[in-house]
Ligand binder design. Structure first.
Ligand code: ADP
Length: 482
């Protein structure tokens, strides 16, 4: 890999204060675009996780005792270093994850924005003074860091899903032990290299690579860990929730979605097509806020399908390092098989393929951007996340009916709709049972806004001024005898 600063690509894990080198063994990481081996990270387990948690416990106390401004300054330096190194970080990300380089660099900037935001928020963790219940009493509320936080992150945003957790955790005075996804550990490790360079105290932030079961098991069982924050599938999230019950940990869970994208007959169709391209095809359809079901009003259905088809025809699939690429490969073979299965199921139940529908001639895990028309509500893709470049179009006539269909899922992460009638905009925004609603926009994620879901999509919010609360405990102090 051609990097300006080769020291950012490190085949090692950070266990407390010590780097553990892979030395050519452990977990092999491959480039999803070529299948080539990129390198190794150590395969660690219970013992190393426990060691890291021990270091975190020690480092957290003195970190929390520093002023918010001191913590803020270090985080700010970390942010600056991410931005200074964004091309290299982007290259590492594209190599292990596959997304186009421009999109990967975009993720680094987006990820860094959480460190910047929470560096600012660190100094605004205010308490409260409440009038007392007796003449001689005052009620004081202070906010304190939860303590040691464990984090488990996925491969689809190998950098930003880490900073979105590490930012508020470290800003509030917590320590963090992180397990990144085994498909994409190098982005996490590069962040740790920069964190060290920024002056984060040793032991405060560990990156443990290895067995998910073992590391997750220790993270959830260990009573020193007071909060677990996880982004990934609902299935694994529920398992971690169960495992955390005996030690009553706080949980932050960003789980699966099944986002509806509704185009009403009063929508600006060109804007809706632009929004659908972003909401559907960003990261090759592999984001938890990706539009999974496109409901289009009968009156504009054909026109929307045609315009979307023309827009999708301009998307270029290829290796993330090639110029002008919009779509990379899928992460692995299992992901490709799921996409194929969802398409076969929809077609069997009556859907028509308007574009794509099969693996790309590039081979490997590349897949053609696909549009399906007249997908019936019984199709698998109406219920499950496809996590690929497939846009299924469903036809609707009635507003109440489409809201009911949009809400008919166990998930409740993101929803999108396009409409111009002001009353409808309010009605629909209020009726959608989702944590986030994009109205006339296909891109909702930003450090300033609270990201998170309802129902089986999770617990808690990341980003925004609410995001830091998830890492703070409220302490009530009753002052008597005044
Ligand atoms: P995805 O579908 O995004 O791969 P997963 O939930 O399988 O979602 O994985 C997300 C993260 O959770 C990864 O870091 C993975 O290694 C980790 N993980 C998977 N299974 C477990 C488990 N049983 N315990 C702890 N972590 C797990």
């Amino acid at each position: 890999m051609q990097l300006k600063d080769p020291s950012l690509f490190r085949q090692a894990a950070l266990v407390g204060e010590t780097w553990t080198e892979a030395n050519g063994t452990g977990i092999a990481v491959t480039d999803p675009a070529t299948g080539e081996s990129i390198g190794y990270v150590p395969k660690l387990g219970v013992a190393e996780t426990r060691t890291a948690i021990g270091f975190a416990e020690k480092a957290q106390k003195s970190w929390a005792a520093r002023t918010a401004k001191e913590r803020s300054n270090i985080l700010r330096r970390w942010f600056d270093l991410m931005i200074e190194n964004k091309e290299d970080l982007g290259r590492i990300l594209t190599r292990e994850q596959g997304k186009p380089l421009a999109e990967a660099i975009g993720e680094i900037a987006y990820g860094a924005s959480f460190i910047e935001w929470f560096a600012e928020e660190a100094r605004r963790v205010y308490g409260d003074l409440i009038p007392g219940h007796r003449p001689d009493a005052r009620i004081m509320v202070m906010k304190q860091p939860i303590g040691v936080v464990a984090a488990i992150t996925p491969w689809n945003f190998p950098s930003a899903m880490i900073t979105r957790k590490a930012g508020p955790a470290l800003a509030s005075g917590c320590a963090m032990v992180l397990k990144p996804a085994s498909q994409t550990p190098f982005s996490a490790i590069a962040l740790a290299v920069l964190a060290e360079r920024a002056g984060l105290p040793p032991g405060l932030f560990s990156v443990i690579t290895g067995s998910a079961r073992e590391i997750g098991g220790e993270m959830t069982a260990n009573p020193i860990v007071r909060k677990l924050t996880f982004t990934g599938s609902t299935e694994v999230g529920a398992e971690l929730y169960r495992q955390s019950a005996p030690t009553i940990k706080k949980l932050g869970l960003e789980l699966g979605g099944n986002a509806p994208f509704i185009v009403f007959d009063d929508a600006d169709l060109d804007a809706a097509v632009d929004g659908a391209l972003i909401a559907k095809f960003r990261n090759n359809g592999q984001t938890c806020v990706c539009a999974n079901r496109l409901y289009v009003h009968d009156k504009v259905y054909d026109a929307f399908a045609e315009k979307l088809g023309a827009a999708v025809a301009t998307l270029k699939t290829g290796h993330g390092f090639d110029e002008g690429i919009n779509l990379g490969p899928l992460i692995d073979k299992a992901a490709l098989e799921k996409v194929e299965q969802h398409i076969a199921d929809a077609v069997e139940k009556g859907a028509k393929i308007l574009r794509g529908g099969k693996p790309h001639t590039l081979g490997g895990t590349f897949f053609e951007p696909t549009i399906l028309a007249d997908v019936p509500p019984e199709a698998l893709m109406a219920r499950e996340e496809t996590f690929g470049p497939v846009a299924p179009l469903f036809r609707f006539v009635d507003e109440a009916d489409v809201i009911a269909q949009a809400n008919d899922t166990e998930f409740g992460l993101a929803a999108y709709f396009y409409a111009n009638d002001l009353s409808r905009v309010w009605r629909v925004a209020e009726a959608l049972e989702y944590g986030m609603v994009g109205v006339n926009t296909g891109l909702i994620s930003t450090a300033e806004a609270p990201f998170g879901g309802v129902k089986s999509s999770g617990l808690g919010r990341e980003g925004s001024r609410y995001g830091i609360d998830d890492y703070l405990e409220i302490k009530y102090v009753s002052l008597g005898g005044i």
